[in-house]
Design a binder for this molecule. Structure first.
Ligand code: NAI
Length: 461
């Protein structure tokens, strides 16, 4: 019986051709294959992956496999799968359950299937925390304990229904699976928030590595990645002229900084909203007008949420927007925009992941990816090169947890700075960077080891 769900397995050859290109742009992952391919440090690891099933992720999966792991994969978002990437992975023999445009019910069913190793999984590689949530919430429901909060209330019923189904089919499965997990590596800001929260409440039973806060992840993927992929998503969705338009970016963290730069680079006039005075000051000194959404909601053309927070664009805002305003989100969950409150309005589907919604005034808004992250829903996410840095951290985190996880107490950890610097180093050649060699005298003078790390832990980059 086939052990995968993809849209069309015949897309595998196309996926493979794109994988060949991506490999040339992912020097970090390829270097890990060269360094550890023979030693197979992940031998025995059975990794459940819940992360956007893109071409770049396919290179990550094949790296994990080359390092000895058994892998099963689901996407962490219903719109982000690249079907040719999924097909290539399935054809290569790794079970993958991901289709672009899958329903929410399918999403949780596919996640469940990604756990179904004959001997059970022992590692999780997560993006946004869905796989971790599934096991921990399931174990609590199984034990009849207070249930964990589900981040997006709309999904709650669907998740719980899927858990009930698994409980019925395999009594005791959740506790057994939870106890077998040696550790989790988490990709994104939102997932990391969840892990710290679980740990604070004493509910995290295994060690977790926060990949997001490796410098070579959040200061690159979240920033330079969004700088390329945000406008890409808006253009592929709408073909709108960016130059001269007024765009509002909500949030000026790492993703907001990249998003504002993306829109500015395309010629839009960018306005930023923030709640944090430090980030607001940064935005102002980067040359952006900083004001409230209420001030500009009736006049701006494009609205992008980047906050990882909920209810940032609310129904009262959307009612005030001008005709054909474009509304989208690049944060992890769709609850940044109150999409649920639009359900009783008139929707006209323009094409996949692009909807025109009529407001009571007669004005229409163009909503991208139903409020889910638009760079992956309307385009193909970040370019390979920047994802190579993120995923090199992921592989290092999996190796650390698999080999040394027993030495860690439950808690949330960050990879040592030396590894962060290693990840950066692996990406220099590809773009022709020549590093200056610090002399012994100079290293002593500024108080750093000659081979690094070159910065103290508290340095913010
Ligand atoms: P961050 O914490 O660096 O930035 C979020 C910013 O939003 C903060 O500065 C915060 O003060 C601000 N904020 C919070 N509530 C706000 C409100 N109501 N109005 C205005 N500003 C508000 O987080 P980061 O790393 O920028 O991530 C943001 C989101 O993007 C997360 O959900 C993360 O998981 C996701 N993400 C998405 C990526 C993608 O490719 N689409 C890539 C990386 C992260």
């Amino acid at each position: 019986m086939k052990d995968y769900v993809v849209k069309d397995i015949d897309l595998a050859a196309y996926g493979r051709r794109e994988l060949d290109i991506a490999e040339t742009e992912m020097p970090g992952l390829m270097a890990l294959r060269a360094e550890y391919g023979e030693a197979k440090p992940l031998k025995g690891a059975r990794i459940v992956g819940s992360l956007h099933m893109t071409i770049q992720t396919a290179v990550l999966i094949e790296t994990l496999v080359e390092l000895g792991a058994d892998v099963r994969w689901a996407s962490c978002n219903i719109f982000s799968t690249q079907d040719h990437a999924a097909a290539a992975i399935a054809a290569g023999g790794t079970p993958v359950f991901a289709v672009k445009g899958q329903s929410l019910e399918e999403h949780w069913d596919y996640l469940d299937r990604s756990f179904m190793f004959p001997e059970g999984p022992n590692m999780i590689l997560d993006d946004g925390g869905d796989a971790t949530l599934y096991v921990l919430l399931g174990a609590r429901m199984e034990a009849g304990e207070d249930v964990l909060a589900v981040p997006t209330s709309e999904e709650e019923e669907v998740i719980k229904a899927q858990i009930q189904k698994r409980m019925k089919e395999s009594p005791g499965w959740f506790a057994k699976t939870r106890d077998a997990i040696k550790g989790v590596s988490e990709e994104t800001t939102t997932g990391v928030h969840r892990l710290y929260d679980l740990h604070k409440k004493g509910l995290l039973p295994f060690p977790a590595i926060n990949v997001n806060d490796s410098v070579t992840k959040s200061k690159f993927d979240n920033k330079y990645g969004c700088k390329e992929s945000l406008v890409d998503g808006i253009r592929r969705a709408t073909d709108t002229m960016m130059a001269g338009k007024v765009a509002v970016v909500m949030g000026y963290g790492d993703v907001g900084k990249g998003s504002a730069a993306s829109l500015k680079g395309a010629g839009a006039r960018v306005i930023v909203t923030e709640v944090d005075p430090i980030c607001a000051l940064q935005a102002a000194m980067d040359g952006f007008q900083v004001t409230t959404l209420e001030e500009v909601v009736a006049t701006a053309d494009i609205f992008v949420t980047t906050t990882g927070n909920k209810d940032v664009i609310r129904i009262e805002h959307m009612r005030e927007m001008k005709d054909m305003a474009i509304v989208g989100n690049i944060g992890h969950f769709d609850n940044e925009i109150q999409v649920a409150s639009l359900k009783n309005h008139k929707w006209t589907n323009i094409k996949e992941q692009v909807d025109m919604i009529e407001m009571p005034s007669g004005n229409r808004i163009i909503l991208l990816s139903e409020g889910r992250l638009l760079n992956l829903g309307n385009a193909t996410g970040h370019p390979s090169f920047v994802m190579s840095a993120s995923f090199t951290n992921q592989v290092l985190a999996q190796m650390e947890l698999w080999q040394k996880g027993d030495a860690y107490q439950p808690g949330v950890y960050i990879l040592p700075k030396q590894l962060d610097e290693k990840v950066a180093r692996l990406h220099l050649d590809r773009i022709g960077v020549k590093l200056t060699q610090i002399s012994k005298e100079q290293a002593d003078y500024i108080g750093v080891p000659q081979d690094g790390p070159y910065k103290p832990e508290h340095y913010r980059y």
